[in-house]
Design a protein around this ligand. Structure first.
Ligand code: UDP
Ligand code: MG
Length: 306
């Protein structure tokens, strides 16, 4: 098998047909030796039936159906684990990642002897608020993460088998795939593209899910939150020592004032600082907890690959 394409979909009935159509025409221009592993991430609409129709018509299309909705990073992981190709493409199922670009990525990978080529978004067609939040995330992530990951990069990419093997060897549960992909190294490069708006349907990554993804990225690739905790703690201690000295001095020189304000202020201030940092520590502990439960990242219901 030469080329595999992994596409996660969740409740995308409006665009399955156009998706499959455009993947087929883009891929058959490159090779006939390809497979499309479409992961149905527990859709509740008719996505799965539509996919099965495609599978019956054209056995390039293989359908991996998960036992419930596991989220799109898990769905990608499931799909990647079921590919056989020498080259593997990761692509969103809403046509925001244009299949026409696969050929360009494939050529670049081979002509430059690279292992991974990912898509870098030069612009995106999305709501104003979402754009700002995404921009904010990428700038915080690039400053905070221990790895020097490129900005404006999502899942869309092609990689060869040796890169993929290392990639799927990473078994952590809190997954941020663009970060993990960067982590494995190899020879990587990118092509630039414009991220178009969704072809149809609504986003499946609402505010809550995007926040979870952003937290996973930040807390799994950075120790800065916990560092801030330590530094602020040290500053706090220094500050209280000085303040303590002043108070003691005033007491000894006999002009101590009974100040409600300062007392209350310090209770509020230090109380909230402590809560904040308990939260930060909690985030790390939660991640340790999830890893130690060692539950599977996804569960397969059926795989139609014949
Ligand atoms: N998706 C999925 N499982 C989910 C959420 C999303 O497989 O729980 C798929 C979705 O069908 C789409 C891709 O992941 O093909 C990206 O999702 P979406 O376009 O909703 O995210 P956005 O582009 O808005 O971040
Ligand atoms: Mg999308």
């Amino acid at each position: 098998m030469r080329l595999s394409v992994v596409v996660p979909v969740y409740n995308e009935e409006e665009l399955i047909d156009s998706l499959c159509e455009s993947i087929r025409s883009s891929l058959s221009a490159i090779t006939d030796d390809y497979e499309v592993v479409i992961v149905d991430d527990g859709s509740q609409d008719s996505t799965l039936e539509l996919l099965m129709k495609w599978h019956r018509q054209d056995n390039h299309f293989k359908i991996l159906s998960l036992s419930r909705n596991f989220g799109h990073q898990a769905a990608y992981t499931a799909g990647l684990n079921h590919t056989k190709g020498d080259y593997v493409v990761m692509m969103d199922g809403d046509l925001q990642d244009p299949p026409e670009l696969i050929a360009e990525m494939y050529v670049k990978l081979n002509s430059k002897n690279l292992d991974i080529v990912f898509g870098k978004r030069i612009s995106r067609n999305e709501g104003f608020f979402k754009k700002i939040m995404i921009k904010l995330f990428h700038s915080i992530f690039s400053r905070m993460s221990n790895i020097n990951a490129p900005v404006n990069v999502g899942n869309f990419c092609i990689m060869n088998r040796r890169a993929l093997d290392s990639f799927i060897d990473l078994k952590e549960k809190n997954r941020y795939l663009p970060g993990l992909r960067y982590f494995i190294g190899f020879k990587q490069s990118y092509i630039e593209y414009e991220r178009s708006a969704r072809a149809a349907g609504k986003t499946k990554m609402g505010f809550g899910r995007l926040t979870t993804l952003a937290m996973n990225a930040l807390f799994s690739f950075s120790n800065i939150p916990i560092r801030v905790c330590v530094y602020l703690g040290m500053i706090g201690v220094t500050f209280s020592l000085i303040a303590g000295g002043v108070v003691l001095y005033k007491k000894l020189t006999g002009d101590a004032i009974s100040g409600w304000t300062s007392t209350l202020f310090s209770i509020y201030f230090f109380g909230s600082v402590q809560l904040l940092f308990l939260g930060i520590i909690g985030e790390y502990i939660y991640r340790i907890f999830v890893e130690s439960q060692n539950r599977p990242i996804y569960i397969v219901r059926e795989f139609h690959d014949d």
